[in-house]
Design a protein around this ligand. Sequence first.
Ligand SMILES: Cc1ncc(COP(=O)(O)O)c(C=O)c1O
Length: 394
Amino acid sequence: MIDEHLVEREQRALMSNYKRQPVQFVRGEGAGLFDADGRRYIDCVAGISTMNVGHSHPAVVAAIQEQAARLIHVSNLYYTEPMIALAEWIRDRSMGGRVFFCNSGTEAVEAALKLCRKHAGHDRPEVVALVDSFHGRTYGALTLTGQPGKQDAFRPLLPGVVHVDRQDLEGLQAAIGPQTAAVFMEVVQGESGVHPTPPEMLRLARELCDRHGALLVFDEIQTGLARTGPLFAYQGVGVEPDVMTLAKSLGGGMPIGAITARPGIDATFQPGDHGSTFAAGPLACAAGLAATGVLDDPALQAHVREEGAWFLGALQTLVDDGLATEARGRGLMCGLDLPRANAGELVSAMLDRGILVNATGPRTIRFLPPLVVGRPDLETVLTALRETLPALTA
Ligand SMILES: Cc1ncc(COP(=O)(O)O)c(C=O)c1O
């Protein structure tokens, strides 16, 4: 699956902050990735929910080729059209407010945090986030990320961030007050193993933010862009945020992030407040326009709902048969808890069978296939789980 020399070169050339699987990919198509020997792998990771449209989608490839041949980058000192068209797309399909572009998820969270802090002024020093959340790795986003294991080596973090358990309605009530600038939540916590935030928690956050004048921010970096069925996960639960962060699948595989804020709040940033050299570049935005064009299809969103429901039901049969302890999911975002802390072994066993899955913790497997995945691939994944799990459960 992988050339020994490549592993050795990687170790000598790259810092060791990633633990890679022993496979090298050279090509992708739809829900499949191919290694150098031409072996096809069913991709249930999708670049960590970046390839919602599928690998090398022809519309995205054509948009990148066409845009790259004309104009790659000029900076935000000048006008270009793709950024405006992509911002219009986001505005018109979400809260109706304007957009700020950046280059990644963590940058989108930083931008949202700065926007909320500026909007709040200096008298509201606190920000509320959830335990087990994931918002990124830069300092502000890392502080919001409610996982001490990811934070401890990098303390001191940003002051004023308070974490509440995602089930703790009373805790949320106690945490939000006139001192609160913003509340950050994922509609479904992805990185911690696909844990939906209870709708009553989202509703209470909305109510408390309205009461105390704080901003509600939904981090839709993983849940957005049809991953859970609707274009944005908040549309499936009926609670609208004031600010939303996006990244991952927004660029069809090109690096891009964005925030949007509802009208009024979207006037918070003024020239000089925030920016980024690469942000809103025509190449990433052209790719984003092509990708969002694909994701904007009700038939694709129905496919996500149907296949997601089928796959979650199939995972549940593993729980019923004692091979797993819990299955969770929304659309094509699913998590499976194992009876033993050997998720890494399952990832390896599935890789041997030509299937990519990802462990979010010692007991939890996450499934994030490209949204174009077909039923035959999902059936193959289920069969492989059914055949692999007994040895790991005993
Ligand atoms: C909900 C959420 N927010 C933020 C991020 C950070 O995004 P990035 O890795 O692009 O910085 C992620 C990445 O997994 C995420 O899932």
